[in-house]
Ligand binder design. Structure first.
Ligand code: 13P
Length: 330
């Protein structure tokens, strides 16, 4: 287990965090559409090369989560992306879930699938050079939602995935995401997040997952996107820390927050406030942002090679700001 703990500690090293660049084909389509970029395999390759080869970004990025297509791709100079990252001492990671499907009998609620054949896929990813993995489950807040059944089904799958990943010697990042969609207030988010985390740690225990060998990737406790009263960074930090102190065991080496639809500025500001107030937290509080790290980069690049350097500068600047927020500097 010390190998997995070493990987976890490297990923949450001081002044560093994770880039989530594991958008599925459907998700990257949405991101590219906004910037007027055609969603071709070559454009996805070029875009990921832009991110991974950004000069100096290894000062702030400890690991990158890739998608199945991406981990098999190469940079223009012929090096595999895994090699590009290794050359910068950035750990290569891979999303291993197969996305969400409707949970039978539960209306709009969804469950993440991908356990079938996972052992074999993990072995292949390990051979390709991955050092860590990610599995995402989502929960929607609404009248009567999430249900006990959906909370259980997803936490059970997360725990079984984590057990498989540890067996393969690949650190599991366990991602239970309470979505920001909706008009719920921050209190409702705190109640649901606590329910989900309590169920998750029970399932991790039952499934014999070693907590020193995981990272937790949760939502911040925050009001819904359409809430009347938007929560302030101070409220977000206080309630997030309150919930996590009660529900997350001290053995977990780090919590790497997702950005979940917060703007780049909001996510950075909230991460900073969390770190300023963390006092006696046993775990590192870092980031594993997708949109908050990338939105401005894609908007600057827009699929045009002339904007390459400018877009890399934006990525460097954003990663630096998040690395500073991780140390409570903002
Ligand atoms: P966001 O930061 O855009 O929420 O993405 C993180 C992620 O990896 C979602 O699975």
């Amino acid at each position: 287990m010390s190998l997995l703990n070493d990987i976890a500690k490297k990923l949450v090293a001081d002044n560093k965090g994770i880039l989530a660049a594991d958008e599925s084909l459907a998700t990257i389509q949405k991101r590219f559409d906004k910037a007027g970029v055609e969603n071709t395999q070559e454009n996805r390759r070029i875009y990921r090369e832009l991110l991974f080869t950004t000069p100096g970004v290894e000062e702030f990025i400890s690991g990158v989560i890739m998608y199945d297509e991406t981990i098999r791709q190469h940079a223009g100079d012929g090096r595999s992306f895994v090699q590009v990252l290794n050359d910068k001492d950035i750990l290569p990671g891979i999303k291993v879930d197969k996305g969400k499907v409707p949970l039978a009998g539960f209306g709009s609620e969804e469950v993440t699938e991908g356990l079938d054949g996972l052992r074999e896929r993990l072995e292949e990813y390990s051979q390709l050079g991955a050092k860590f993995t990610k599995w995402r489950a989502v929960y929607t807040i609404g009248p009567g939602l999430p249900t006990k059944g959906a909370i259980h089904a997803n936490c059970h799958a997360l725990a079984r995935y984590a057990a498989f990943a540890q067996e393969a010697g690949l650190l599991p990042i366990v991602e239970p995401e309470v979505l920001m969609d909706g008009n719920h207030d921050i209190k409702q988010c705190s109640i649901v997040t606590a329910l989900v985390l309590d169920e998750l740690f029970e399932e991790l225990f039952i499934n014999r997952v070693s907590l020193e060998g995981i990272l937790l990737k949760p939502n911040m406790v925050i009001s819904g996107k359409n809430a009347e009263n938007k929560s302030s960074p101070e409220e977000i930090a206080n309630l997030t820390l309150e919930v996590f102190k009660k529900s997350v065991p001290a053995d977990v080496p780090g919590i790497v927050f997702l950005s979940g639809g917060q703007s780049t500025t909001e996510a950075t500001r909230n991460l900073c406030e969390l770190n300023r107030n963390k006092k006696d937290c046993p775990w590192a509080l870092s980031f594993s942002f997708g949109r908050a790290l990338q939105d401005e980069v894609i908007n600057t690049w827009r699929g045009n090679g002339d904007n390459w350097q400018k877009a890399q500068e934006v990525f460097y600047k954003t990663a630096k700001a998040d690395a500073e927020a991780r140390r409570g500097i903002c």
